[in-house]
Design a protein. Structure first.
Lengths: 793, 226
């Protein structure tokens, strides 16, 4: 009981703290990356210039800005031992990088560089090695002076060189300490970054650049909501399961109260006396399990934070924790009173005489009511879709439980040859409330484990699925002043099969006109719609209409999830904003496609005469028939123009990195959920055994052999597993349809569908655990001392 | 014919560092047809002796032969066979399976023993005078009736020996007498050997042999003529 209560408190605290924990994890992730930096100022494709002078920040904002660090950062093509790859080159004055990542660098001579430890490990670089960088038709040869442990912004594939010499070479400038393309601003402690950001944006000198807050609360909120909503479905099922588990525990607890209560009443005691004793026991159990449960919840949260790469200790939100504890306590109180009342309503004689277990019967009334409500909910939208989906799931649970109950009650209608299974097992299976509760727990545990595994499978397969969707091999990005001759040049390569012009942006958002709800995206593309469909095989829900394909109307293709989140349809109008400096434009919705984790949207605006000058080609999509050799050739040829040639898969993986760390965050939760529910199943098995062991002792005293027990238990296990599996499979269909809609409560939608392999794995885990528990019970029967059990009845 | 031959039986119970010697070097033989009444004060080891003789508890030392089989060396399967066919139990609290009807409670031992003869259920119930209660659940019967069902269950597989542990301990005087008459009838008419543990000396009148225990030892063992 105590172990289960600990798990219940743990899950309650964990679920209640997910918003706060996720928010802390994401915030600390940024904090550990940017350390003291509050704002970054850089350029994007819309910026007025690509170099920023920090001098006037020091002059105008000396009260607000503690440190302004000027960096010149570039993505460059690097070469070591004839292997080519892109790295991010960071350059600044040595004291600036030291302040940025709080690390003392060794002295770097003019052609010396420092590389991150992870880059050194990935590329086999040692101190003293030569490191070549291709920039502006030149090869720069650096010597690796120091390998620096990954820290803050200087992590993963990065190298650092002294800025003075680099800018001298690049721009022929000297005295360039104030010049860079990225400014990292450390504000004084009393300055609000939001307020200062507005001031800076209003400054004509700096307002044209891209200003980003390092701790962007809105971004953190969005990230928290998105991640939270993915596990919302699992959280809902866990909550339902925990209620079932508690509900099944109480009859077993109160069973032991029956005789003492009868005795107390016989000797003239008040009926509250035993309740006080009972409540005191429950209270003590609650206090103890609260301490353990909170401890477990904190441990799981912090292990997941470490997995995400956050070292800061994540604390529990006091309000959420108290709320979770109060809810658990209220439920315990409700169950205590409810179960105790059942005892007080029985006669004292009955309490001491009736040793039959608590019975459960199939309720046609509940089934009909739940069935009618479910049909109504399926046909009519009564409340917002997300909440209605929760109601539908709960009703489907109730119907499944009634179905299990009906299946059990029908079991002994089978006229099979009299056997222990027929006389003993089927008899208690059909009406024993403990068995019924245990099947409910098994049913819900199966679903929880399956959902947790589905989440695991989804996160991993999503990456592969997305890679398969992109049929092109390379993207050429960062193109300035595009001329069609560039396309012709690339087409001239032997292996190149097609080259498509594209406008791409790393930020875009849409806004619903009626509600002004806004959704942001990571990647926006505009190109020929048919080429888009061919290059990004994203699975359109319906073909784009001819009117859009052939006309000059600006339209947009959106991920399918938006049709649910914003409640929008094809042909609706919606606002689109690409980048932060372009005007919002009104576009029609041309269709929906399968969602991707990298949050892509498409519009034809670059082809619409009115907008084409604003959305000029800045990227090319290259299909090279899978040729690997082309990368090196094109990278070297166009590296001098600072056009980046990116393998499409690597480009997708750039977005994947955040997704992958999210996977690590979830995996700890998944492991915790699966492990906990494995314990729940085993514990539940024990509860059933405890309720039956007196009868087992009687059977043993009648001469029943262990082999007979084994055969009987195996038959029971098979029957029960089949019943649970039948209803689980039916429930899975409900889940597939409505669980994604539950996420709408959190303003999110994602079709996470259990695959057959995942269902099989969950079935294997649950069945194996169930059989393991039965095996343990069999050993207990073998070792059972008949007389102890009979006397203890 | 000797059914039980117990020699130098000791039984100790350990409770932490405290060892309680419940049976002390006790030897006893029970012959076919005996109706042994074991009496003695509380804590004298009456019930423990019954459990040891029936194989429900192993002795700490000494040997117990039940129908010639050394209980210290029988396998779990052999012990189960003995319980199915050779011995029956009657306990103070009846130990019927509460969610099975009287009929099913009696059917179960036959199924376990793979000797399915439903006709015998009626015979057994007639023998205990409860044929009308066949389809009732135990909790619908009085204590005396439940004990009679327990006796019917004990005899359903025609055992040679019944171990009865204070079968009247939970019953009123009249029901107690009914049960004792029934046991006497089984002993006389069906030739079933009975070992009865009781604290009620009046019940000894039904027995053919009185064994008195005190402090884990037999202080008297006398044959009685009825």
């Amino acid at each position: 009981m105590l172990a289960t209560l600990c798990l219940i408190v743990m899950f309650a605290v964990l679920i209640a703290n997910i918003p706060s924990s996720f928010s802390q994890v994401f915030e600390n992730y940024e904090r550990e990356k940017y350390l003291e930096i509050d704002l970054t100022l850089t350029f994007d494709e819309n910026a007025v210039a690509r170099l920023i002078n920090k001098r006037n920040i020091g002059v105008r904002y000396s009260q607000e800005v503690k440190h302004a660090l000027s960096f010149f950062n570039l993505n460059v093509l690097a070469e070591t031992e004839e292997s080519f790859y892109y790295v991010e080159l960071m350059s600044a004055l040595p004291h600036e990088i030291e302040r940025l990542i709080d690390y003392d660098f060794r002295y770097l001579p003019d052609m010396g560089c420092a590389v991150t430890e992870s880059l050194a490990q990935t590329r086999g670089i040692s101190e003293g090695d030569q490191f070549s960088i291709h920039m502006l038709d030149r090869i720069y040869q650096y010597t690796v002076i120091e390998i620096v442990p990954d820290k803050g912004l200087f992590s993963e594939a990065k190298i650092f060189v002294n800025k003075s010499q680099l800018i001298r070479d690049f721009y022929g400038l000297t005295l360039i300490d104030n010049i860079g393309n990225t400014l990292y601003l450390d504000l004084n402690d009393h300055i609000d970054p939001d307020v200062f950001a507005e001031t800076l944006m209003a400054d004509p000198e700096y307002g044209g650049y891209l200003l980003q807050k390092t701790i962007d609360q809105e971004k953190i909120r969005n990230l928290t909501t998105a991640n939270m909503s993915i596990i919302a479905g699992v959280g809902l099922i866990i909550t339902i399961t925990m209620v079932i588990v508690m509900h099944s525990l109480f009859p077993l607890l109160t069973k032991k109260l029956r005789q003492p209560y009868a005795v107390i009443m016989t000797i003239g005691g008040h009926k509250r006396f035993m309740f006080h004793v009972f409540a005191l026991g429950i209270g003590m159990g609650f206090v103890l399990s609260s301490v353990v449960g909170i401890g477990f919840a904190m441990t799981i949260t912090n292990i997941s934070a470490r997995a995400y790469g956050v070292q800061t200790w994540i604390t529990m939100d006091i309000g959420a924790t108290i709320m979770a504890l109060v809810l658990v306590l209220c439920y315990l109180g409700f169950e205590s009173v409810f179960q105790y009342r059942k005892i007080t309503q029985e006669s004292i004689v009955g309490l001491s005489r009736d040793l039959r277990y608590e019975r459960h019967k199939f309720s046609p009334f509940i089934t009909v009511i739940a069935g009618i409500l479910l049909i109504v909910c399926l046909l009519v939208r009564l409340i917002p879709l997300g909440y209605q989906a929760i109601v539908i799931l709960v009703l489907s649970f109730i119907l499944a439980f009634q179905g299990i109950s009906l299946a059990l009650s029908l079991l002994n209608k089978f006229r099979i040859k009299p056997s222990v299974f027929r006389i003993f097992s089927l008899n208690y299976l059909k009406e024993n409330r403990t068995i019924f509760h245990s099947l409910q727990v098994l049913f819900a545990s199966f679903l929880v484990i399956m959902l947790a595994l589905t989440l695991h499978a989804y996160l991993y397969t999503e990456l592969d699925r997305t890679r398969e969707q992109i049929s092109s091999d390379y993207l050429m990005m960062n193109i300035f002043g595009y001329q069609p001759s560039l396309k012709a040049e690339i087409m001239a390569y032997d292996s190149v099969q097609s080259v498509e012009e594209m406008f791409a942006s790393r930020s875009a958002s849409v806004q619903k006109i009626a509600t002004q709800e806004e959704i942001s995206f990571n990647f926006f593309v505009s190109m020929d719609p048919l080429q888009f469909v061919e290059s990004f095989t994203l699975g359109l829900k319906a073909p784009i209409s001819e009117e859009y394909l052939n006309g000059d109307t600006p339209f947009i293709l959106l991920p399918n999830e938006l049709s649910f989140i914003l409640d929008i349809q094809v042909d609706d109008a919606i606002y689109l904003q690409v980048g932060e400096h372009r005007d919002m434009i009104l576009v029609k919705i041309g269709g929906f496609f399968e969602s991707t984790y990298y949050k892509l949207i498409y519009s034809n605006v670059s082809l619409v005469s009115e907008y084409a000058p604003i959305y000029q080609t800045n990227s090319l999509v290259i299909d090279a028939g899978g040729s690997e050799d082309l990368f090196q050739e094109m990278a070297l040829r166009y590296g001098s123009n600072m056009y980046y040639i990116i393998k499409t898969n690597e480009f997708i993986d750039m977005f994947a990195s955040q997704f992958e760390v999210a996977i690590r965050l979830f995996m700890v939760y998944v492991v915790a959920v699966v492990a906990s529910f494995m314990i729940v199943i085993m514990n539940n098995n024990q509860l059933v055994f405890q309720s039956l062991k007196g009868d087992y002792a009687k059977l043993k005293s009648l001469g029943m052999k262990t082999t007979n027990f084994a055969a009987n238990i195996l038959k029971e296990a098979m029957v029960l597993t089949i019943i649970v599996l039948i209803f689980v499979i039916m429930e899975i269909f409900v889940f597939i349809e409505f669980l994604p809609k539950v996420m709408l409560v959190f303003h999110y939608y994602n079709e996470i569908i259990p695959r057959p392999a995942t269902i099989m794995l969950a079935a294997a885990i649950v069945t194996a655990l169930y059989l393991l528990g039965q095996g343990y019970n069999l050993i207990s029967i073998y070792k059972m001392k008949i007389i102890e059990e009979i006397k203890g009845e | 014919m000797v059914l039980i031959d117990a020699q130098k039986v000791n039984k100790d119970y350990h409770n932490g560092e405290i060892i309680t010697h419940v049976l002390k070097n006790l030897s006893l033989c029970v012959s076919e047809g005996d109706f042994c009444g074991i009496v003695g004060p509380s804590g004298s080891g009456k019930s423990t002796l019954l459990y040891v003789l029936s194989g429900l508890e192993p002795p700490t030392s000494g040997s117990v032969l039940l129908t010639g089989k050394d209980l210290g060396h029988v396998s779990e399967t052999e012990m189960a066979d003995l319980r199915q066919k050779t011995i029956g139990f009657v306990f103070q609290f009846y130990n019927l399976i509460p969610n099975l009807t009287v009929y099913e409670n009696l059917l179960l031992p036959m199924i376990i023993a793979k000797d399915h003869q439903p006709k015998r259920i009626e015979e057994a119930l007639e023998a205990v005078g409860l044929i009308e209660a066949m389809h009732q659940y135990p909790n619908q019967l009085s204590g005396g009736m439940q004990q009679r069902v327990a006796i019917a269950r004990a005899i359903i597989n025609r055992p040679k020996l019944i171990f009865a542990d204070e079968p009247t301990g939970n019953l009123d005087q009249k029901s107690g007498i009914d049960v004792m008459n029934l046991l006497q009838k089984l002993n006389r008419e069906y030739k079933i050997t009975i070992i009865l543990v009781t604290h009620n000396l009046e019940h000894i009148h039904y027995c053919t042999r009185k064994i008195e225990l005190c402090d884990g030892m037999i202080v008297s063992d006398e044959q009685r003529t009825l």
